[in-house]
Design a binder for this molecule. Structure first.
Ligand code: NAP
Ligand code: ZN
Ligand code: ZN
Length: 347
């Protein structure tokens, strides 16, 4: 086994603290890499606080991981020592079910192995995430990362990036569409960048007046403060799609009223409690509410290549790992601009 160190939550109540653990030895198809940067996703917070239930402790969070390869197994063909590599939300899946065969490993019918707060495909061995100094992963679940882009700002693409890219591609969002992005945080700011890059007219729906200028800088054509009923009224029945990135309970009925006939409200945000949705919110205008989970490995690589080609990265605040608790506190208040990324040299 390989000695590793990181930051872990020991239970749902106490703050993260330094933690020693072990990674597996590099097997023939594995790559080992030194983690240089790891993004901080709101899902990290949901899971260390056990807001979705079933959390596995001790938990080393982190699934927006980038670094440089230090060792490859004898059979590895996709990476060599010295390459940049990334890992997102999954480290394995069954590889055999119909979804895996289609490159939709995020919807593996057997259950994929999440990068942390999960178990390897043996169903026993716990997985530990990217708030740590190194990782060992099967080459099929490692992604290629461009040397051209700012590496720290690439890290959030591995979750916030793919989670917003995938639904926009699935629903073929582009020119001629009016898209609303709900919630300007880590996912929201990437949704704005991608929807603009795909040619849509983009409106930011936000609870934070202070984010208006940033939304425009990120490319949004309009900004609507959702606490201002007069502004909200102006966009009733206006959007083809809403990309909902909100992490806390909110009123879906209100946002459904902003969709046009046949409009689709796409949930990527995962609040910890169920929502009440009136049938009439969907019936009037034949509207749909849908969901989307991260993205498969082939699409994640496609997204990273698209970002390299179009010079798209995340807007980040780089933090030392000792400031992680403060980052969580700010994230909870919606004060994120627009992704915290941990400099793993500070571990
Ligand atoms: P984040 O950076 O904290 O951003 C969430 C944003 O939502 C906030 O900045 C805020 O934006 C808005 N918001 C927060 N509370 C709100 C409330 N009560 N009402 C309305 N708006 C509110 O979080 P994130 O990392 O982007 O993650 C967002 C959600 O997506 C989380 O639930 C996360 O677990 C989930 N997620 C899902 C997937 C997936 O595969 N589907 C992947 C990753 C993350 P404003 O200030 O603009 O209002
Ligand atoms: Zn995430
Ligand atoms: Zn599968």
């Amino acid at each position: 086994m390989i000695a590793a160190k990181g930051y872990a939550a020991q239970n749902a109540q106490t703050p993260l603290a330094p933690f020693q653990f072990e990674r597996r030895e590099v097997k023939p198809h594995d790559v080992q890499f030194d983690i240089l940067y790891c993004g901080v996703c709101h899902s990290d917070l949901h899971q260390i606080r056990d807001e979705w239930g079933g959390s596995i402790f001790p938990m080393v969070p982190g699934h927006e991981i980038v670094g440089r390869v230090t060792k490859v197994g004898a059979e590895v063909t996709k990476f060599k020592v010295g390459d940049l590599a990334g890992v997102g939300c999954m480290v394995d899946s069954c590889r055999e079910c119909e979804n895996c065969r289609e490159g939709l490993e995020q919807y593996c019918l057997v259950g994929n192995s999440q990068t942390y707060n999960g178990r390897e495909q043996d169903g026993v061995t716990p997985t530990y995430g990217g708030y740590s100094n190194l990782i060992v992963v099967h080459e099929d679940f490692a992604l290629h990362v461009s040397e051209k882009l700012d590496l720290a700002a690439v890290a959030p693409l591995l979750c916030a990036g793919i989670t917003t890219y995938s639904p926009l591609r699935h629903w073929k969002v582009g020119k001629g569409h009016k898209v609303a992005v709900l919630g300007l945080g880590g996912l929201g700011h990437m949704a704005v960048k991608f929807a603009v890059a795909f040619g849509a007219e983009v409106t930011m729906l936000s609870t934070s007046p202070s984010k208006e200028e940033d939304a425009k800088r990120l490319g949004a054509h309009k900004f609507v403060l959702t606490s201002d009923p007069a502004r909200v009224k102006e966009v009733k029945g206006y959007f083809d799609f809403i990309i909902d990135t909100v992490s806390a309970p909110h009123d879906y009925n209100l946002y459904l009223s902003l969709l046009r006939t046949n409009g689709i409200h796409i949930c990527v945000g995962a609040p910890p409690t169920p929502a009440e949705i009136m049938g009439f919110s969907l019936i009037g205008g034949r509207k749909s509410i849908a969901g989307s989970g991260i993205g498969g490995i082939p699409e994640t690589q496609e997204m990273l290549d698209f970002c390299a080609e179009h010079n798209i990265v995340s807007d980040i605040e780089l933090i030392p790992i000792k400031d992680i608790q403060n980052a969580y506190d700010r994230m909870l208040k919606g004060d994120v601009r627009y992704r915290f990324v941990i400099d793993m040299n500070t571990l």
